[in-house]
Design a binder for this molecule. Sequence first.
Ligand SMILES: *Cc1c(COP(=O)(O)O)cnc(C)c1O
Length: 357
Amino acid sequence: MDSVFWSDGIAQLHPYVPGEQPKIANLVKLNTNENPFGPSPKVMAAIAQAAQSGLQLYPDPQSSQLLDALAQYHEVHESQVFVGNGSDEVLAHAFRAFFVKQKPLLIPDISYSFYTVYGALFGIECQKVALDDGLRVNIDDYLAIDPSSVAGVVIANPNAPTGVALPLFELERVLQHFSQTVVLIDEAYVDFGADSARALLNQYPNLLVVQTLSKSRSLAGLRIGFALGSATLIDGLVRVKDSFNSYPLDKVAQAAAIAAFEDEAYFQECRAAVMAQRDVVTAALQARGFEVLPSATNFVFACHPQHQGKELLAALRERAVLVRQFEKPRIADFLRITIGTAEQNQALLTALDGILA
Ligand SMILES: *Cc1c(COP(=O)(O)O)cnc(C)c1O
């Protein structure tokens, strides 16, 4: 499809394809890594209150109160925090602010597919570094590359869709080697069992940590993401943001996000429940012959030696269980299965028993 009305290059874009949001009743939806639990009751109350009055007015363009809350929670200065309409938007601004150079951006060959989408949108060449045979990010392969030849580095930690996390000392090696370019660590899943690179912020002015409230804080529907970094990096992001959309976060989202960080008990309870269920699902899949990569996320990445990924995806779908599969080299036989409630996970396992029998 092409149109004379489009700008140059629009026909050549390869837009991101999100997991399906189907409108089928009683579906066991384990395909987009949403949190199976709703947001904190305190978040619901804050949303109701924020919607009570003042919606005729524009929201605070800087989200100042939210920046304060995030700075306090993550023990950094307000000048080191940036918020956006979902971490996807934060990533887009970061790509525009830091990686549009006459050099390629380093990304893992198997990772979040939005990176190459933004690369194409902003004219950034993405140079892919292959995961090792265990589908892990191998830092030695990055250190073999001349740092002056690249525009920057983006690594999801834990990585997606593999779920595998790197320890911080490995990330530190990247930050040191590429000290003259931005190293962006996408921590969409970090709350489910990895260490945040936030701990390294004071030592590395080239570090940008990006997180989201979509997964561990159960707020995918409100679209709230944020970045932590040196004041210089945040300033770069603000310049792009204020050249694009002054009000990325609405009033309701700002209030909800603040409340989410105030309810630490609920957050801890939810993520512990997800991690406990992940252990249950992992063991149950292994008992059924699956190979399961070690996950530090709210999903597992698993393959069965006797069954194709495509075939399992279709058979699960017939049984009203939705998971995700990527028709890509090396990972086509894997299923990415979001950890649901105990009931949803049981439904998945029951469906698999029917398929494997
Ligand atoms: C889900 C996800 C995001 C995007 O999260 P939003 O804040 O909902 O836009 C970013 N990166 C990775 C790796 C993700 O899985």
